[in-house]
Structure formats: structure tokens, C-alpha cells
Design a protein around this ligand. Structure first.
Ligand code: CUA
Length: 267
């Protein structure tokens, strides 16, 4: 190629384009090195996961696996000591979700079948809400979690959410197991245990033995058979005033029985 044949104006345009590109690369290098902004990366070799986890990998260094699901993030609460650096691994068990940690530049997509990663150092104490910013269905606007950066905490701790809702801690082993399933499967994102109105699904408070009216006018008393059917075939009977939005979750028969034992204790 003979560069002397190129028109002077064209040479100018090409030179400017090259300079702008170099400028952008320098800005990215500056952001990464001096502003400590991590570039979100897809992790093709990371094993898929369906449950949240927290691992300490060094002093003030943690790895947290976040699960996004309709319509919650797990862990629901994460407390970390001030000055900690966290590797966030994000997966989705259903549809695409957004994952933005307010007050930081962490902004990921949770995509089923894929793990995405970002790293963030937390130098200021306070609460950092996580919100879903990708429309993901009926309960999208309720999909959130929080990271608390603490001056006093010495170790990170994750909280799956159930116990925040003033749960009875004196439970039989079966009911305790059921409480664990509700936490891990994210049921309480839609079914609160406080009895507060406005949930995506009916509250668990006082559910067992309650008279419920369905949207077709059928009235029934909530018992084992009804709960089993509602978990296995959520669309079959819809309580009046609610929408048919509950997903079918992978649960075993034993897990369902343990969940029922737990529901019985939420009075
Ligand atoms: Cu998840 Cu919107």
C-alpha cells in the first residue's frame, strides 16, 4: 500500500481516529489502574451454581456467589468489614436480571447459563443497595438486596433473609429444614412472613388452616394437600387478588413436607 496516494483530508481523518482510539485505551487503563474500576468479565470456566455462598480468600478479601432469581437476590444481606475487596460472581437460575450495586460502578447482567464477575473494594461504610435494572417479570420492582459495609464487623457474614422477618427460632428439625428451603429457594421474596399486605403472593403468616377464596370463587382451607399442589402446580389454584406468576421450582417431596412444617409455625 502506498500511503502517499491517500488524500490529505483522509489522512487527517485516519490520524484523528487513531488518536481517539489511543485516548480511549489510555482512559480505560487509567480507570483500571488508578480508579480501581474492574471490567466485568464473563467466566466461561466457572462452574454454574444455584445457591449463594461466601468465601474468605484472604485478609479483607472475599468471594461472594450471588444468585439472581424471580424476584430476589441471594444473599439478601451481606455484611462486610470496611476496606474489604469482594469478587462478585453472579448467576441467574431463571431469566435475565440486572445487578447494580448502588454507590459503586458494579453493573452486571445475570444471564442463565453464564457466570459474570466484577470486583469492588468498599472503602466507605454504609448501606449499598443492589437493584435489578432489567425488567424480569411481575415482581421486578421488588427485586433487591443490600450490602452493609461496617466499621465494627471483623468478618463478612451473609444473611439469606428469612430471619430478618422475625422468625420463630425454636423450631423442630423438620421445620428448621423447611426454613432453610424457603431461604435458599427465595420463596420469601414473594411470600412474606410478617403478614404485611402488598406481597406478590399470599403471606405465609397464619397460612396453614386459613380459609382462602380462589379467583374462581372456590373456597378452601389451606392444608397439606393444598400446599403440595400449590408448590408442584402453582397455576392450578390462584388465591383471589393475586396473579398467576409463581414459577415451578425444583423441590423434592421431602422438602415440601419440611416447608409445610415450617409454614405451620408461622402464626
Ligand atoms: Cu430481576 Cu428485574
Amino acid at each position: 500500500m502506498n500511503f502517499s496516494n491517500i488524500d490529505a483530508a483522509e489522512k487527517k481523518v485516519v490520524s484523528i481516529a487513531i488518536l481517539v482510539s489511543i485516548g480511549h485505551l489510555l482512559l480505560i487503563a487509567y480507570a483500571a489502574m488508578f480508579l480501581h474500576i474492574s471490567v466485568p468479565t464473563c467466566q466461561p470456566n466457572e462452574k454454574l451454581f444455584t445457591e449463594p455462598s461466601l468465601n474468605k480468600i484472604g485478609s479483607h478479601r472475599y468471594e461472594v456467589h450471588y444468585v439472581a432469581k424471580m424476584w430476589d437476590f441471594l444473599p439478601k444481606k451481606l455484611v462486610i468489614p470496611k476496606g474489604s475487596t469482594v469478587d462478585f460472581f453472579l448467576g441467574s437460575v431463571d431469566v435475565n436480571h440486572g445487578f447494580h450495586i448502588n454507590g459503586t460502578l458494579v453493573n452486571l447482567m445475570a444471564v442463565p447459563g453464564v457466570i459474570n464477575k466484577a470486583t469492588q473494594k468498599f472503602e466507605k461504610s454504609g448501606n449499598f443497595p443492589i437493584i435489578c435494572h432489567e425488567y424480569c417479570g411481575f415482581g421486578h420492582q421488588n427485586m433487591n438486596a443490600v450490602i452493609t459495609v461496617s466499621d465494627s464487623a471483623t468478618e463478612a457474614e451473609m444473611d439469606l433473609g428469612f430471619q430478618n422477618d422475625k422468625m420463630n427460632t425454636n423450631l423442630s428439625p423438620a421445620a428448621l429444614a423447611g426454613q432453610g428451603h424457603f431461604n435458599k429457594k427465595g420463596c420469601i421474596a414473594c411470600h412474606n412472613i410478617s403478614g404485611a399486605p402488598g406481597g406478590v403472593g399470599p403471606t405465609f403468616k397464619g397460612l396453614y388452616g386459613r380459609r382462602e377464596e380462589m379467583n374462581d370463587g372456590l373456597k378452601l382451607t389451606v392444608d397439606d394437600a393444598y400446599i403440595i399442589e400449590s408448590i408442584k402446580y402453582p397455576a392450578k389454584k390462584i388465591v383471589k387478588g393475586f396473579n398467576n406468576v409463581m414459577p415451578i421450582l425444583p423441590v423434592t417431596d421431602l422438602e415440601i413436607l419440611e416447608m409445610i412444617e415450617c409454614i405451620k409455625t408461622i402464626k
